[in-house]
Design a protein around this ligand. Structure first.
Ligand SMILES: Cc1cc2nc3c(=O)[nH]c(=O)nc-3n(C[C@H](O)[C@H](O)[C@H](O)COP(=O)(O)OP(=O)(O)OC[C@H]3O[C@@H](n4cnc5c(N)ncnc54)[C@H](O)[C@@H]3O)c2cc1C
Ligand code: SF4
Ligand code: SF4
Length: 438
């Protein structure tokens, strides 16, 4: 019977179409070979990945990689790609590892970002922008009664968090990884970090598993940018566990055929239907919109998917649309753990819980953390001191900058517990946080 190398299989289904005895079954992200296989080997010829092996054959050797990199980055989301881009731009030898086969997909994001936060990193480009937004509408729902407030439209490019874009992250994330590659970083997809290499307490590299098998890769500094599902921090001995009160559990539909103002972001504060969080409608142009909600995990009495279905069905302008994508995900809304570094290791982005505790926005924070970490890593490598003490400059600078704003928003979140998120005062606060003023 042929065997499937699951690290290599890209779930394309090509092999299934040539099997004469129907012995292959593609179950979305799992290819199953049944006992009925007659070992005709036709599927081996059809596989573009070389993922099917005759019995007893071993996987192919790994690609040519250096023995040692200055920096290995785990995860090619915005935080990891910007870290790799910055580090490579500083002349370091950089390897960027991404476990998915396609950077940026599947999208787990509502894709909103402020102009000023984005333009600091990359010139906005229509290739990865779905919509330009300049105003916000906030609806407070209390016992079925709705009270709506709408901001004034602000001019394009204004220095306000309310002016910005709804991205096409599928393209945006890839462009950031391409920038890292153009700056000289080596990018590997379908390659997961499975652990860290240690010398005593010091991190000295990563163990990576790719289509070619498992391999140890040495690094002066490892940057963990592996998102909300991060394990890199824990491997390094940092405590990244989240209490469920600091996690928003989210669902989102991409709806098409809906009538929304293409320049307006919509927010719904409804403590009964969306406890501890909010629902959003972000326009994507051409009658499309990201429609989602996030519920504070410890308060969830129903799954976000069910709550979202009810939210959509109860609003005719949404209910007449069609759902073309369903995504689900978690957003950390606590504070970053401390420390964020250890000898030879740094943590950035969602992995470091660097998401705004009130809005749940993490793209810009992740990019800022990635850049800052890479700059500190470059300095530490140049002075041949990658100790925790040297790398902690990253943590200190973070705490003085965005970390301070995060701490303020975390305190505000605590001051307004979910049952008190009603009325003028909270509306005012929420409007300020999303950059819409009031
Ligand atoms: C429903 C939802 C809506 C959101 N809406 C917004 C919004 O509108 N605006 C906003 O700013 N933020 C939003 N966020 C948050 C935002 O998506 C994240 O903050 C942002 O993506 C964090 O970037 P990151 O690079 O840290 O992590 P990610 O983008 O999650 O990237 C981490 C990468 O690491 C890879 N990885 C994981 N483990 C490994 C491993 N072992 N080896 C190799 N690779 C690995 C993953 O595959 C992934 O590609 C939303 C999140 C959700 C869930
Ligand atoms: S070896 Fe032949 S019978 Fe077996 S799974 Fe492949 S195509 Fe089907
Ligand atoms: S052809 Fe190869 S890559 Fe495609 S599903 Fe079959 S085994 Fe996987």
């Amino acid at each position: 019977m042929v065997t499937v190398d699951v690290r290599r299989c890209a779930y394309c289904g090509s092999c299934v179409s040539v099997c004469p005895v129907n012995a292959l079954d593609l179950q979305e992200t799992r290819l199953v070979v049944s006992e009925g296989c007659i070992e005709c080997n036709l599927c081996l010829l059809a596989c573009p990945m070389g993922a099917l092996l005759p019995a007893g054959e071993q996987p192919k050797p790994s690609p040519a990689l250096r023995e040692q990199y200055d920096v290995v980055v785990i995860g090619a989301g915005p935080a990891g790609s910007v870290a790799a881009w910055e580090a490579a731009g500083q002349g370091l030898a950089v390897l960027l590892l991404e476990k998915r086969q396609e950077i940026g997909s599947p999208v787990r994001c509502a894709e909103g970002i402020a102009h000023q936060a984005l333009a600091d990193f990359i010139t906005p480009d229509e290739r990865w922008i779905s919509a330009h937004v300049c105003k916000a509408r906030i609806t407070m729902v209390e016992d079925g009664q709705e009270q709506t407030w709408e901001s004034e439209a602000l001019p394009e490019g204004a220095a306000s968090a309310g002016v910005g874009y709804i991205l096409e992250r599928r393209v945006f994330d890839r462009v950031l990884a391409e920038q890292a590659a153009l700056a000289g970083a080596r990018v590997l997809v379908k390659t997961a970090a499975t652990g860290l290499l240690r010398e005593g307490q010091k991190v000295v590299g990563v163990r990576a598993q790719g289509p070619w098998g498992e391999r140890d890769i040495a690094a002066r500094v490892v940057i963990g940018a592996d998102g909300v599902e991060s394990r890199a921090g824990m491997w390094a001995g940092l405590d990244t566990t989240l209490p469920s009160s600091d996690l928003m559990t989210c669902a989102q539909f991409l709806l098409t055929g809906v009538e929304v103002d293409p320049q307006c972001t919509y927010y719904y504060l409804d403590r009964q239907a969306v406890p501890g969080g909010y629902a959003w409608i972000f326009p994507k142009g051409e009658g499309r919109a990201n429609v989602g909600l996030g519920i504070q995990a410890d308060l969830a009495t129903t799954s976000p998917v069910e709550a979202l279905t009810r939210f959509v069905e109860s609003r005719p302008f949404l209910a007449r649309g069609s759902m073309v994508t369903l995504i689900v995900g978690g957003v950390p809304v606590g504070l970053p753990p401390s420390p964020l570094v250890t000898d030879g290791f740094m943590l950035v982005g969602d992995a470091a819980r660097q998401v705004d505790p009130l809005t749940g926005g993490g793209i810009a924070n992740g990019m800022a953390a990635g850049r800052l970490a890479a700059r500190v890593a470059a300095k530490a490598i140049a002075s041949d001191d990658v100790s925790r003490r040297a790398l902690s400059q990253y943590e200190q600078e973070w705490a003085r900058g965005i970390g301070r704003q995060m701490a303020r928003n975390y305190r505000l979140r605590a001051r307004f517990p979910p049952e008190q998120r009603v009325g003028e005062r909270f509306l005012h606060l929420f409007a300020m946080t999303i950059g819409a003023g009031k």
